[in-house]
Ligand binder design. Structure first.
Ligand SMILES: [Zn+2]
Length: 490
């Protein structure tokens, strides 16, 4: 199923999705029955009273909690209802992702070179389609447009198309509206949590997290908001006075880039030629080898898409894991970047991870050239993959990322990001695509200096997402109203 779910995310077709959707209830019901099996639960209880090592203890305790959260204590109609809700949720969450993907693909616009004033050669080459230019809502295209297009009207149009994807407003097709799906998911999650004795889904969810309670989450977010707001306000005032007029949402990235250029006297795009794909990955692999004494070797094997690279991880005794690396943005691929678990370490079976990003691809006579943010993303996702692959735990439910609380799972990935800002590492990952030159010291210093540019605004943006998420899983109020309240605050 992890393979099917991966393919459905990165190589979406209606045909495949239709079959995939048919399997979701089967899988959901299988796990529901397993989680509701009272005999098995009692067996785990008996095992928990025997002598166990620390790994076994952890796994048994995790399993007992998982039985309880799966409604093992429920009987009759309540147990049936719990199972039914789980099944509906698995189908609804797939529909949600499908709508976002199809809505993203449903909008395109043909423009002239004149409409794209402000673009450099690199941005132009990404949207060239024969003798015209085509704008889409794919992330690399969207980011370029919001950052570089001088035309405020065009930015407004594309911004509105992008943020209103899969909704009942905006210009992308209304048939992909996720509003009713969101409402239904929230309602079902709340009912499910109440069935097993919690007052809301946030409380249910934090049972299996490191954080103690939803209150602790809210307190943490509120303190971040309080501490970041003065800085964010100052950044916004700076930006508005630089632009010379009040800013609309579609102006922010555009003027931010210009202000960054003025403040640090360099353009983000100055960095790109120094970071062609091959240098970045060779350098990353060498960094990993230096840190963990393991080797990454590309092997050539046919996969589900020609863009996918197959990479074996080896230690002194041979292969210990594998990564399927799928980096470029393309149509029929879900947006964002993530690592997912193909399989975990268990006996003879080695851990395998999918690393997926939506980054710049090669264009007309040029290799893929990465933005600095994209390089940070790659390091981040490889941090997840290493977490999964370098495991020594001999039990599948606690090996790699399995069984790791979801609010702790970002530690290895965040840790890997830091290496992007080390001169030694930048020497390994940079090499001008034409001359081979390493990133000059002057530009490297600018990367370091500008690292925290507008970090107050960025922090508030993340707090908005997180606070909305936790709040809407506590309250039964309309989720858009809750979002408005959160936005007021952030
Ligand atoms: Zn992550």
């Amino acid at each position: 199923m992890s393979v099917n779910s991966h393919l459905n995310s990165v190589r979406f077709t209606d045909e495949f999705n239709t079959q995939y959707e048919k399997t979701l209830p089967l899988i959901s019901n299988f796990y529901s029955d397993l989680g509701a099996n009272k005999d098995l639960y009692q067996a785990f209880k008996r095992v928990s009273q025997t002598e166990l090592n620390v790994q076994q203890q952890h796994i048994v305790n995790d399993s007992l909690r998982s039985f309880e959260l799966s409604g093992v204590a429920l009987d009759g109609a309540k147990s049936e209802r719990f199972k039914e809700i789980k099944e509906q949720l698995s189908v609804l969450s797939n529909q949600f992702s499908k709508n976002v993907l199809q809505s993203t693909n449903s909008w395109k616009k043909t423009v002239s070179a004149n409409d794209l004033k402000g673009y450099g050669a690199d941005e132009f080459s990404k949207v060239k389609k024969g003798d015209h230019y085509e704008i889409s809502l794919q992330v690399p295209v969207y980011i370029d447009l919001m950052t570089y297009a001088d035309s405020s009207d065009l930015r407004e149009e594309v911004y509105k198309a992008y943020i209103s994807r899969a909704s009942d407003i905006g210009i992308t097709s209304k048939e992909f509206n996720n509003r009713p799906i969101m409402d239904e998911i929230l309602k079902l999650r709340s009912e499910m949590s109440e069935l097993v004795g919690f007052s809301n889904y946030a409380e249910y969810s934090t049972q299996s997290k490191m954080v103690e309670s939803p209150d602790a989450v809210i307190e943490f977010l509120n303190s971040l908001i309080e501490l970041s707001t003065p800085q964010a306000k100052a950044e916004l005032i700076d930006l508005e006075s630089f632009a010379g007029h009040p800013l609309m949402p579609w102006d922010l990235m555009y003027y931010s880039e210009k202000l960054k250029q003025k403040t640090f006297s360099f353009k983000s795009s100055d960095l790109k030629p120094f970071f062609p794909e091959s240098s970045v990955f060779d350098g990353l692999f060498e960094t990993i080898q230096n840190l963990y004494n393991v080797k990454l070797t590309e092997i050539h094997e046919k996969t589900y898409h020609e863009d996918v690279r197959v990479i074996n991880l080896e230690d002194n005794n041979g292969v210990i894991g594998r990564i399927y690396l799928d980096v470029y943005a393309r149509e029929n691929k879900r947006g964002g970047a993530w690592m997912s678990d193909y399989q975990g370490l268990y006996k003879e079976s080695l851990p395998v991870a999918f690393v997926v990003c939506n980054l710049n691809s090669p264009s007309e006579g040029k290799p893929a050239l990465f933005d600095f943010d994209e390089i940070v993303t790659i390091f981040h996702e490889f941090g997840h993959a290493l977490h999964h692959l370098l495991t020594k735990v001999p039990f599948p439910c606690a090996a790699g990322i399995s069984g790791v609380p979801w609010d702790g799972v970002e530690l290895p990935s965040q840790y890997m990001e830091n290496f992007c800002y080390e001169r030694e590492v930048v020497n390994l990952i940079s090499g001008h695509w034409e001359t081979g030159e390493k990133l000059p010291e002057e530009l490297f210093q600018k990367v370091i200096e500008s690292k925290n540019f507008q970090s107050g605004l960025q922090m508030l943006r993340q707090c908005e997402f997180a606070l909305w998420d936790i709040s809407t899983h506590i309250s039964k109020d309309d989720t858009y109203e809750i979002l408005s309240e959160v936005r007021e605050k952030t």
